[in-house]
Design a protein around this ligand. Structure first.
Ligand code: EPU
Length: 341
């Protein structure tokens, strides 16, 4: 294990924000991971597992413990419909590989930054798919016992942007591998409006959907492109709120519109696009507040406009948005990226 001190975390996040980790190590093997955890335990330090840094906001003061940067490499093993991927694999390269082999099930999740091991944690979803639909098993290291444990899909307690790994059992497990059950039929799922519009009645192969989703993400600034300020973000900064259907009318009234865009979510509830709420509250695409702002292509992405922003800058904008949306519509937006301090 190679241990470093006072390592700036900003370069390891897609927002390019954050102070130093007191201790930092990058692990590429299971043995190094165990060694790093042992070090943190012996020193009485908190530890944080860093993956792709694409859903992360790090405080300007940095982190007072050990950051373990996960790079648990490994091949993807395909056994019939089952594809087992190591946690440290770039998510998008796994998706592309599966699509090239003609499998469907994750093609709508193309172009999402980060590592495969991070996807079950927040149940990554986009364009009509979420990983909960195709994950068969998650293998993890139990930090309490240092034993390897395996969870069937139903044991992961998946919900919108949620699993046991980021809720009831937060910080208890480190995902080491994820097994997906993909369909060799190659019949992609085209339920999302953007995709329906793109393909019409065509029956595209998984790889064509993969390319189309990347194109849509690029047009929304949701694909990481070097030197593109719109991609210095952590993706969506707020979750899409779920509210009782009965509240929709009041929101429409407050916004002065005939109807509010929404999708059914469970019984009697509706999910609203947080991006729409931001727009209605005066936070439009391209909005700037000092060094930070809102992506010029998607309202839901807060960005490090200049590359020189601090965490405090982002928090100031976040708080202004939350207060305005709460004041106008009575909805308290929840932050989506993980906060590390
Ligand atoms: N909208 C606006 N303004 C915008 C963008 C969107 O008003 O600038 C409204 C429109 O009504 C639009 C609706 O929001 O129809 C939905 O927009 P979009 O399809 O872009 O999706 P989203 O709800 O904003 C979610 C995920 C994204 C994922 C996309 C695509 C969350 C919090 N976000 O965004 O995930 O890529 O769907 O499926 O659920 C992420 O989690 O970091 C993320 C990027």
């Amino acid at each position: 294990m190679h241990l470093e001190r006072n390592v700036s975390l900003a370069p390891y996040t897609t927002l390019r924000i954050g102070g130093p980790a007191r201790f930092y190590t990058r692990v590429t093997t299971y043995a190094e991971l165990i060694e790093a955890l042992g070090f943190a335990r012996a020193e009485g330090l908190p530890s944080f597992l860093l993956g792709g840094g694409s859903n992360l906001l790090v405080a300007d003061e940095g982190y007072p413990g050990l950051v373990i940067h996960l790079g648990l490499a490994g091949d993807t093993v395909v056994d019939g419909e089952l594809h087992e991927v190591a946690a440290g694999t770039e998510w998008d390269s796994f998706v592309r590989g599966a699509c090239e082999l003609g499998y469907s099930g994750v093609e709508c999740l193309a172009g999402i930054p980060g590592l495969a091991g991070g996807t079950p944690v927040q149940n990554v979803g986009a364009y009509g798919q979420e990983v909960a639909q195709t994950i068969a098993r998650v293998t993890a290291l139990d930090l309490e016992t240092l034993a390897t444990v395996s969870f069937a899909n139903s044991e992961c307690r998946f919900a919108y942007r949620q699993s046991l790994f980021n809720s009831t059992h937060r910080n208890r497990y480190i995902v080491t591998a994820v097994r997906f059950r993909l369909s060799p039929e190659g019949r992609p799922n085209l339920t999302y409006a953007d995709l329906k519009q793109h393909f019409g009645d065509a029956r595209p192969a998984p790889l064509e959907v993969y390319e189309a989703v990347r194109g849509i993400r690029r047009s929304k600034g949701m694909l990481l492109v070097e030197d593109d300020p719109d991609s210095r973000s952590a993706g969506s900064f707020f979750k899409n709120p779920v509210i009782p259907v009965g509240q929709l009318e009041g929101i429409a009234k407050a916004a002065g519109v005939a109807s509010v865009p929404n999708w059914p979510s469970g019984v009697e509830n509706a999910k609203l696009p947080a991006a729409w709420l931001l727009d209605q509250a005066g936070f439009h695409k391209g909005f700037a507040l000092g060094e930070v702002g809102i992506s010029s292509r998607h309202t839901l992405a807060l960005i490090n406009r200049t590359g020189r922003a601090t965490c405090v800058d982002i928090l100031r904008l976040r708080d202004a948005i939350v207060a305005e949306v709460q004041g106008r519509f009575g909805i308290r937006l929840e932050q989506e990226p993980v906060y590390l301090a």
